[in-house]
Write a protein that binds this ligand. Structure first.
Ligand code: NAD
Length: 357
């Protein structure tokens, strides 16, 4: 029997509630396909500060490095909000991304037919369908570039630098084109090449890489236009490829188009099959431990784990279908509840997905 090592970091708040449900789902699906998952639960974030005095203990990072994939809940909460920068729970996320070399962030944004009402956009826009994937470069660009404070002719000033090299752009472009090959075969590369030199390099490298994927249609958009198009006609997008800074902003905008934060998964990947999978929402301290959290974003993150890290696409489809069926039958957690549907808690929602499997 094939075995995989999965590092599990529930983190803080509802991270604990939703990860519990995802593990049950993963166990059931893996059994169906004759594989064994060996889960190791680890601490990071606020709970690690409480127990070990630091947000990302070395032991946690070491076990993650020795695993096939990482499933992460969420970190943070009001208890740790007043700590110094290096000691804040979010440092664990940066430490994991950097320490594990995760340079590609994939965020699907999909509007389920039965949840159309949750989108803040008009019906006629949403009716055309929204099913896109933002591929964001995660370890380069302005978030990691040269920065500092300086004197600007006697006036205090500060600067940050956007820099990308050819190899960084190539790597992330390949991730986007490969993802598009599994989807509707369209990549929109987003830049600001009318102004920025780094964007001009970005555009030319993406053009070069696209020659290796003749089946994939490539177009380029400026970031300001993309921000408009995402709310004007989101159905035009399949894969959006972009830099760290632009991706940070556009992926949040794309998720807002769906209107349901408790439904959206994400993955952070590197060149081999290793990846870290997490919902896009935070630790929601307001509802933590109350059986109110929607576990579906975490369950859908586990589907991405099967797809990208374990190469088990059929298992991923099973999970996605199970989630779809539960929604079609009218079950909703509080965050996506509407009149006429059936309200359930975290554990019940997890069980409904299990039953569908
Ligand atoms: P949040 O995403 O935790 O919550 C925003 C709102 O959405 C809240 O009302 C919450 O109850 C609701 N919500 C979120 N996920 C939900 C779910 N699965 N089911 C039902 N409702 C859900 O964002 P926030 O309130 O800005 O942040 C809370 C804490 O989480 C902060 O400490 C923040 O730093 C941290 N955070 C962590 C991550 C991460 O770990 N990746 C990301 C964002 C925020």
């Amino acid at each position: 029997m094939k075995e995989y090592k999965i590092a599990v970091i529930p983190g803080d708040g509802i991270g604990v509630d939703i990860t519990r449900e995802a593990i049950k789902v993963m166990t059931k699906v893996s059994e169906k396909y004759g594989t064994k998952l060996i889960f190791t639960e680890l601490k990071a974030g606020g709970c690690a500060i409480d127990e070990f005095g630091e947000p990302l203990p070395k032991h946690t990072l070491d076990v993650c490095k020795d695993s096939d994939a990482v499933l992460l809940g969420a970190v943070g909460g009001p208890k740790w909000d007043n700590l110094e920068g290096q000691q804040r729970p979010e440092k664990a996320l940066m430490g994991l991304r950097g320490g594990l070399g995760l340079y590609a962030n994939l965020r699907p944004a999909k509007v389920y037919d039965v949840l159309k009402g949750a989108s803040p956009l008009k019906n006629e826009i949403i009716d055309e369908g929204v099913d896109l994937l933002v591929v964001r470069e995660l370890t380069g660009g302005i978030y990691f570039g040269d920065r500092g404070r300086c004197d600007d002719n006697g006036i205090e000033a500060a600067y940050d630098t956007e820099k990308y090299n050819v190899s960084e752009i190539k790597k992330i472009a390949h991730v986007a084109f490969k993802s598009a090959m599994k989807r509707r075969k369209k990549v929109t590369s987003v830049d600001k090449s009318n102004i920025l030199e780094s964007s001009r390099l970005w555009r030319s490298v993406v053009e070069e890489v696209s020659k290796e994927y003749p089946e994939v249609e490539l177009n380029h958009l400026y970031v300001d236009n993309t921000a408009m198009q995402l709310v004007r006609k989101p159905s035009q997008f399949d894969v959006i490829l972009t830099s760290n800074l632009f991706g940070d902003i556009l992926s949040d905008e794309a998720s807002m188009v769906t209107g349901s934060i408790g439904m959206l998964a994400s993955s952070s990947l590197r060149e081999d099959s290793f990846g870290m999978y997490e919902p896009i929402h935070g630790s929601a301290p307001d509802i933590a431990g109350k059986d109110l959290a929607n576990p579906l974003a975490q369950i859908l993150s586990s589907a991405m784990l099967f797809e990208y890290s374990l190469g088990m696409s059929e298992a991923a489809r099973d999970i996605e279908e199970a989630v779809q069926n539960v929604l079609d039958k009218g079950y909703r957690t509080g965050d996506i509840f509407t009149e006429g549907t059936k309200k359930v808690g975290t554990a019940q929602m997890g069980k409904l997905v299990l039953d569908e499997l």
